[in-house]
Design a protein around this ligand. Sequence first.
Ligand SMILES: [Zn+2]
Length: 438
Amino acid sequence: MQQITKSVTLAYSSLPRPHRIMLGSLTVITLAIAVWRPAIYSHTDSESLPVPAASESVQANTLTPEASEPLDQAAPDDSIPEDELDQKVGATDVHEYIVSDGDTLGSILTQYGIDMSDVALISNQNRALRNLKIGQQLSWKVNETGDLKELTWVVSRKETRVYEHVEGRFAEKTESKEGEWRNSVVSGTVTGSFVTSARNAGLSNSEINAVTKALQWQMDFRKLRKGDQFSALFSREKMDGKDDKSQLTAVRLRTGGKDYYAVRAEDGKFYDQEGSGLARGFMRFPTMKQFRISSQFNPRRLHPVTGRIAPHKGVDFSMPVGTPVLAVGDGEVVLAKMSGAAGNYVAIRHGRQYTTHYMHLKKLLVKPGQKVKRGERIALSGNTGRSTGPHLHYEFWINNQAVNPLTAKLPRSDGLAGKERTDFLAQVKEVTPQLQFN
Ligand SMILES: [Zn+2]
């Protein structure tokens, strides 16, 4: 050993000075890495570990990798700045969902991170829930720990079933009290903001939400101008003389001299006058090819030491630094900056209901306010912020809630066809003449 040290020292001193400095600092760096690595593992949660080399895996396994705070959660100041629609109309803690093709209660609730045991409990106790129909609406509330608290199933206009979790049971309550449904056309002119103008015209908050959702892929409500006009047809239910429920049937909005329509079809979704889909398609993965998942979405992840919920709000894809990261859908960049634990961070808003988040990036290729197209490069992946290996942390949010990006129902661009389209066109013919401006 002494021999080796001696010859190394000799070789070292015989080197020219710049080389010695370089070699010296390399040694320091190497030592630092060697000393530092085990420390990382003790801080890590297994999720974002890169595939460890064989010699390292033993060590990684003997430590308790979960015994730490989650690595890549966005700090509170990382949240997307709210715009007027969010602030004034408000995001509620109720999650709404329209049943579509191929959905089951389980597939719907689990994509929102509700535990399979809750789904099993409610559907075993209430078998009718196995017969959901396309176009029906479900809404639910969860408690602080993410457990299902209450589920509301709008079976039809006449019948709503509510399931409340009380002492290990989901008891069913049927509300079949029936008010009087009638159609009302509400129209107005934009004077200040859309929200204020819509309120002045007599729309409730939930009706304003319905209108902005229906037209979300066709326009940016923040960019409407004074003098723009809107007209919406609602089906409203009067109960004991007061407005109770309301459903948007169709809406027309004129801006810059052009009319935009969204009309509700039997399936509960909105289409344009031709029956074409309004939502633009999304890509499932934010990269050209699919990478290995190093950590799954888990909103109920428990911290092993503190016992607190430390959710993993997205999916981690293990990938080499410098991999192009793509916008999964058309949208507007709302955040692109270095942001603490998230590292270099991009967030995109798609329409009004959807946002996507991309973290630990090496290089940002977009700026806030920039419009991006589906498939456009927005960044190069990296290992910045609180991250222990090259990976992309990707989140998909619907209505202000993180959902599982791998299973979430993505907005689809498909239009109607066949009989459904014929029926829809007949409905358009009946409905659109009613959408007059005052
Ligand atoms: Zn992650």
